[in-house]
Design a protein around this ligand. Structure first.
Ligand code: GLA
Length: 399
């Protein structure tokens, strides 16, 4: 059963009526460009076929009632209450269950974005029932949160007739994540989820939000993308992620740059003199990673997917040694995949857990999978979950 059918079924059971529509948005894998998004830099993610669906219909009152397959509890808030629920003060947890802070946060951010121009329609003053179902694994670094935001944004935008475009909805999703959930993330995941397309990666300039499709060409090269979910859980609303973000801001300020996007590889020698060792290494990761994204886009276009292995590996090394966001499980996944013949591999997503990806010959999937499983067993790690992904369509209305 797809997430879409499941959401529609649960909607009927939970509300006793038919949904007005079903909207869905995918998770994503980032091919390369990690922690560059909030530095105004470049990223190259792709949307995957695992999706979160929202079945929804307007109500006659002003209540937004969200239900999902991942919680027994429905959560309700009146439209008039959203302003008092959000933003969530920094360092505190949302006033509603965290999963519900995503869709209610999207409703809040969307209303703030359009309210300035006055209510766009009669429907804008009505509440909704929204029911979510998802097959995006949570905590695996595959952006289950962006999928949830994207599905909610699609449903609200249509049912409230707010007429926003995909990039505006991506910004709204990010705002919900930053200010309602309290995770200080960039805009990559929401952009990938909204704008992804079959067979393509999405090259995004996170300063301008210009986004261009880049054919991944994995199938033509006889390759597949393997995801190795370490099952090590991470949460970006706490700890390391925010810390790295702060270090980047400090580094940019010390270098007199608006953002690390504006620092070039050639500026690193000067940066090494000005910055303390840790800040310098954080900066070096971002600056070299931005360059690797540009190199990957060019290499994919000129030489195809088989030629990007080295770039993936140097990205991983930079995250492990300079940005220090890898964990032993992720390093083991990368090393074991490479030793078993992968073309390239790296951790993907925010780090501190989650998943690695490996670019692998279609014929070698079983061999690489077994090698990684064996390496995990030998290291005494929990067995990873390993599966293939392919670039798939971005957010859309399903029914
Ligand atoms: C998480 C965030 C993104 C991005 C990545 C790291 O997925 O949600 O905005 O910063 O980490 O590249």
């Amino acid at each position: 059963m797809t997430a879409s059918t499941e959401a529609a079924d649960l909607f009927r059971r939970a509300t006793g009526r038919e949904p007005a529509g079903v909207w869905s948005a995918p998770g994503r894998v980032n091919l390369i460009g990690e922690h560059t998004d909030y530095n105004d830099g470049f990223v190259l993610p792709f949307a995957i076929s695992q999706r979160t669906a929202a079945a929804a219909a307007l109500r006659d009152d002003r209540v937004i009632r969200v239900t999902s397959t991942f919680s027994d509890e429905a959560v309700e808030a009146s439209i008039d209450e959203l302003e008092s629920l959000f933003p969530t003060p920094e360092g505190t947890t949302p006033a509603v269950a965290e999963w519900a802070a995503y869709p209610l946060g999207v409703a809040w951010a969307l209303r703030q974005a359009v309210a300035a121009d006055g209510a766009p329609s009669e429907a804008f003053e009505r509440g909704l029932d929204i029911v979510f179902a998802s097959d995006v694994p949570v905590g695996a670094g595959l952006s289950s949160s962006a999928a949830l935001e994207g599905a909610a944004a699609g449903a609200l935008n249509d049912l409230w007739s707010t007429g926003l475009d995909a990039k505006q909805l991506a910004r709204i999703g990010r705002r919900a994540e930053n200010e309602a959930v309290g995770a200080p993330t960039g805009v990559m995941d929401q952009m990938a989820s909204m704008l992804g397309a079959d067979d393509n990666a999405l090259f995004i300039d996170c300063r301008t939000l210009d986004a261009n499709l880049v054919p991944l060409g994995a199938a033509e090269a006889g390759l597949e993308v393997l995801v190795i979910d370490t099952l090590v859980k991470h949460a970006h609303s706490t700890g390391g992620y925010r810390d790295r973000r702060d270090a980047c801001e400090r580094g940019a300020a010390a270098l007199g740059a608006e953002a690390l996007r504006d620092v070039a590889v050639d500026d690193l020698a000067r940066a090494a003199e000005l910055l303390d060792d840790v800040t310098f290494r954080r900066v070096r990761h971002i600056v070299t990673e931005n360059q690797r994204v540009l190199d990957t886009v060019r290499t994919l276009r000129e030489h195809g997917a088989r030629a990007i292995g080295e770039l993936l590996l140097s990205s991983h090394a930079s995250m492990r040694d300079d940005f220090e966001i890898s964990v032993p499980e992720l390093d083991t996944a990368v090393e074991a995949a490479m030793a078993a013949g992968a073309v390239g591999a790296r951790m993907t997503g925010g780090g501190f857990g989650g998943a690695a990806i490996a670019l692998v010959d279609a014929a070698a999937i079983a061999r690489v999978t077994t090698a990684v499983e064996r390496a995990f067993a030998e290291a005494g790690f929990t067995a990873p979950r390993i599966f293939t992904v392919a670039p798939a369509a971005g957010a859309h209305r399903d029914a």
